[in-house]
Write a protein that binds this ligand. Structure first.
Ligand code: SF4
Ligand code: SF4
Length: 350
């Protein structure tokens, strides 16, 4: 039977909102496509993380997520849901690794200081195996790696200053070790379930890595700037700013980092289309960005470098100002963070 075309798949991913979850929409396609090649084995390992990315996915009310995890892929190991524990669970990891074809999901940053001793996963011959070694060993043999969550994708909160355990992203670890396995960065703190399932589905359906942006995130989910698509944008254009969390208006003055942030929450929304950060009155904290949280702190203070629009400007002129404003905002804020030491020393400390 003919499967879904790439074009239709991309349309589905980009357009899946509220009424039909992406996992629900993809379920029939995956059910048709995947059994031909057998259920792909997936190992999900956790390092320096709060488990929030797993919980975001596993607690999802979205129809289809559970079926995809239990019926489409063969989730061989997951620290929170695997029935096996201890030696038995470690044996499953090693058997999957030796069997060859598998996908690796990494949740959490990788502690590298002091040989990576601050996070271990199981033992071999009575000796603890560091998460760092697991990521390198499994990562070099996997067909592809999904770095789920900003910790795994970019270092995130565990790598924030002063980063006492020398946490790094999966890509940094791979680059240093010369590992060439493709990595898909599914950023977010946590990522939306659709971003995880959609990226996994792309790999399974087309046996290829989705088109990524320059920070390794799938463009289909991270290709848009929040500020350019924000429903409060009219307030920004009219210079009407909220001074408190429950007020009407643009949230810039109370810390919104939407001009820095790339995601599609404004369209997709969370919890089956119930709501999303800015609609709920919470300033965007740019949780999907490389450099988070350093690039977004202080969370509830106005970011530097976003020129306010001229309220008499035409819509076209405002659009032109915005393009420059986003760039200027990112540049000035990052320069500010570098100048104050909030960013840039991570590697030296690592
Ligand atoms: S600053 Fe934030 S609240 Fe204001 S328009 Fe931009 S994204 Fe929306
Ligand atoms: S709107 Fe901002 S805080 Fe919310 S998910 Fe997107 S990047 Fe993260």
């Amino acid at each position: 039977m003919k499967g879904i075309s790439r074009r239709d798949f991309m349309k589905l991913c980009a357009g899946s909102v509220a009424a039909v979850s992406l996992s629900q929409a993809l379920m029939p396609e995956l059910a048709r496509a995947v059994p031909a090649a057998g259920n792909p084995p997936v190992l999900w390992i956790q390092g320096a993380s709060c488990t929030g990315c797993s919980i975001s996915l596993l607690n999802s009310a979205q129809p289809g997520v559970k079926e995809i995890l239990t019926e489409i892929i063969s989730l061989k190991f997951h620290p929170n849901v695997s029935a096996a524990a201890g030696d038995l669970a470690m044996k499953v990891i090693e058997e999957t690794e030796s069997a060859g074809k598998f996908y690796l999901v990494v949740e959490g940053a990788v502690p590298t200081k002091d040989g990576g001793i601050y996070c271990t996963v199981g033992e071999r011959d009575g000796k603890e195996i560091t998460f760092l070694d697991r990521v390198k060993e499994l990562g070099s043999k996997a067909d592809a790696v999904l770095a789920v969550g900003t910790c795994s994708a970019f270092g995130g909160i565990p790598a924030a200053k002063p980063n006492p355990t020398g946490c790094k992203s999966v890509s940094e670890v791979f680059n240093e070790a010369g590992i060439k396995t493709p990595v898909i960065n599914i950023a977010g703190c946590p990522p939306h379930p659709d971003w995880i399932i959609g990226s996994l589905a792309h790999v399974l359906l087309f046996n290829e890595i989705p088109e990524l942006d320059q920070t390794g995130r799938p463009k289909v989910f991270y290709g848009k700037v929040v500020h350019e698509n924000c429903p409060r944008r009219q307030y920004f254009d009219a210079s009407k700013f909220a001074r408190n969390f429950s007020e009407e208006g643009c949230l810039l003055e109370i810390g919104c980092k939407g001009p820095l942030a790339h995601c599609d929450s404004f369209d997709r929304q969370w919890n089956n289309g119930t709501n999303w950060c800015i609609k709920a009155g919470a300033p965007c904290i740019a949780c999907t960005e490389k450099g988070f949280p350093g690039c977004a702190v202080p969370f509830y203070e106005r970011m530097e470098g976003v020129p306010l629009p001229n309220i008499t400007a035409s819509a076209d002129a405002v659009g032109g100002v915005l393009g420059a404003a986003v760039v200027a905002g990112i540049g000035a804020h990052l320069i500010g963070n570098l100048a104050t030491g909030r960013l840039g020393k991570k590697d030296k400390e690592g």
